[in-house]
Design a protein around this ligand. Structure first.
Ligand SMILES: Cc1cc2nc3c(=O)[nH]c(=O)nc-3n(C[C@H](O)[C@H](O)[C@H](O)COP(=O)(O)O)c2cc1C
Length: 238
């Protein structure tokens, strides 16, 4: 049990790395662990850009305002939340295809098809968010007498929805790196507009969420003790 918790308890935001090469199989294992995180409707609404070539790494580090963890990392992972109904459709079609190949029953296939269709309708903001506004009004009205969750209707809601799943994948990624003998530093200190442009991302469909510096903690890095709020300030037991 405690061995399983080890990488979680040992992980720290490391601010200075020594140059190490990350073997391709370690990179693959880290990225695989990231995508194993749970995601809403299993939609995995994110994309990771693993930046390791020196020239690109230097540029991304510059867009992280030259922060030391970015400048010394062996790789920089840009985590992007994807807010795009086209990509949601492609993901659910991909899952349906996989279910067909894996021999799921016709009933299960129909079930999944129906749910994903409803999901897409719920998530569609429509032109100028008009459909979203209509949905919001309708759901609000029904909610007066019925217990129900509000689906994301506007782009901001969909972004919040995507960010939740992206964050879980980022944490998985950092824990996996730690378990595989590497260290990380999550960063939100970056120029999101320039970074999106550098990666060729569309501002409406993507949101750069976090850059994760990965490497091996430098022998010169002096780690401060880890502080957390007392448990009772974080947890409410009911
Ligand atoms: C969303 C997020 C953004 C962060 N941004 C930065 C950053 O831009 N630069 C940095 O040096 N550390 C950054 N950190 C690291 C935090 O400072 C660090 O996690 C926190 O102080 C707790 O330290 P610990 O992770 O070692 O326990 C960020 C952490 C998170 C979760």
């Amino acid at each position: 049990m405690s061995r399983l918790l080890d990488p979680i308890l040992k992980r720290r935001a490391v601010k200075m790395f020594d140059a190490v090469e990350i073997p391709a199989e370690v990179r693959a294992a880290i990225l695989d662990a990231a995508r194993r995180a749970p995601s809403s409707f299993n939609m995995q609404p994110y994309r990771f850009y693993w930046v390791e070539s020196e020239e690109r790494r230097r540029e991304v580090a510059r867009l992280c305002m030259g922060q030391k963890p970015a400048a010394t990392a062996s790789a920089l992972v840009v985590a992007v939340a994807v807010v795009d109904t086209g990509s949601l459709r492609a993901t659910s079609e991909g899952q349906l295809e996989w279910m067909r190949r894996s021999g799921f029953s016709e009933a299960k296939l129909r079930d999944y098809e129906r749910t994903s269709k409803i999901g897409r309708i719920l998530f569609m903001p429509g032109p100028l968010g008009i459909f979203g506004a209509l949905k919001w009004a309708l759901f609000r009205l029904v909610n007066v007498w019925k217990v129900m969750g509000m689906p994301p209707v506007f782009r901001g809601d969909i972004l919040k929805w995507a960010v939740k799943s992206t964050s879980l994948a980022c944490e998985n990624l950092m824990i996996a790196a730690e378990a595989l003998g590497l260290n990380t530093c999550p960063m939100e200190g970056f120029d999101g507009r320039r970074l999106a442009k550098f990666l060729g991302l569309s501002g409406r469909r993507h949101e750069v969420m976090m850059v994760i510096a990965i490497g091996r903690k430098s022998a010169d890095f002096v780690e401060q003790p880890q502080w957390r709020r007392p448990l009772e300030a974080t947890v409410t037991l009911l």
